[in-house]
Design a protein around this ligand. Structure first.
Ligand SMILES: Cc1cc2nc3c(=O)[nH]c(=O)nc-3n(C[C@H](O)[C@H](O)[C@H](O)COP(=O)(O)O)c2cc1C
Length: 263
């Protein structure tokens, strides 16, 4: 199994990196106990070469391969493609993700049109000075869900300006252990996909949007959805799943109602 640990703090020895390190260590020890091969790759996105999105829409209209910004973005996209799980960690800046995370999400926005990560599982963590709302978590969660990623859980850590690693371990060690165990177990169980209600609704809205699309069927997004057979009437999610029929019906009904206002 492979996990990408995506940390958006520039500080490689800051709170967010330290929390990620604690979780990574617990993940490795769980894998060792269970005799399962686990590779964890840390991607410190602030130290990667990722230029600011210019909003040219080339990734939407022609494909991300043609993005005029030639940098590390596509290699990170590919690392996530090859991974089973993602640990996403951001510091809270002004009640939201930091700019590094936001720019990375913006650059990855083509996944909102062509979700390529169905079947992946993510755990989202944030660190903040004095305590923060769910806004930061939701920024990452909403993007990931739209990209097809299942959310195993989320956790906010209050760490002040810089928390000593020993103090952090004493205060948050058991939380980090629980996060590691939840992420690990969800990754293993994810062989049978159980999309959340939110994910099913988001899928339905997207599906209706592409089905109704008056744009040419040569459109790259339309072709992508068609190739994946996601436009077929009885398709209810990116992957086959064993979701309760009533939950699917409910999600499709809510999705259809919301689509009337959104599309
Ligand atoms: C520019 C900036 C903005 C911040 N905004 C908030 C905030 O809105 N709420 C909060 O609780 N902490 C805020 N903080 C504190 C950080 O979220 C906190 O110290 C975090 O753990 C830093 O993570 P790091 O050490 O990985 O960079 C801010 C820090 C910075 C540098």
């Amino acid at each position: 199994m492979k996990i990408i640990s995506l940390v958006s703090s520039y500080r490689t020895n800051g709170n967010t990196s330290r929390i990620a390190e604690l979780i990574e260590n617990y993940l490795l020890s769980i894998a060792k106990t269970k005799r399962i091969d686990l590779e964890i790759e840390r991607v410190q996105i602030g130290h990667c070469n990722i230029n600011t999105c210019r909003g040219c829409r080339v990734c939407f209209d022609k494909g991300e391969e043609l993005c005029p910004l030639k940098d590390d973005l596509l290699s990170i996209r590919d690392k996530i493609r090859e991974a089973d799980g993602i640990l996403a960690a951001s510091p809270v800046y002004v009640e939201d993700v930091n700019g590094i995370m936001k720019n990375w999400l913006d650059r990855m926005a083509f996944n909102c049109h062509r979700p390529a990560y169905a079947g992946k599982v993510a755990y989202i963590v944030t660190t903040s000075g004095a305590g923060a709302s769910n806004h930061t978590i939701n920024t990452i969660k909403n993007a990931f869900t739209t990209w097809g990623i299942s959310i195993a859980g989320q956790k906010k850590f209050r760490t002040g300006g810089l928390m000593d690693f020993i103090e952090m371990q004493a205060k948050y060690g058991s939380d980090c252990k629980n996060i590691a165990s939840t992420l690990f177990d969800t990754m293993k169980r994810n062989l049978v996909i159980k999309p959340s209600l939110y994910s099913l609704i988001a899928f339905k809205i997207q599906q209706l949007s592409w089905q109704k699309s008056s744009r040419s069927h040569d459109n790259i997004d339309y072709k992508y959805w068609q190739k994946n057979r996601w436009l077929e009437k009885d398709c209810n999610y990116y992957l086959p799943n064993n979701t309760n029929v009533l939950k699917i019906k409910f999600a499709r009904m809510i999705g259809s109602i919301l689509a009337m206002f959104l599309i």
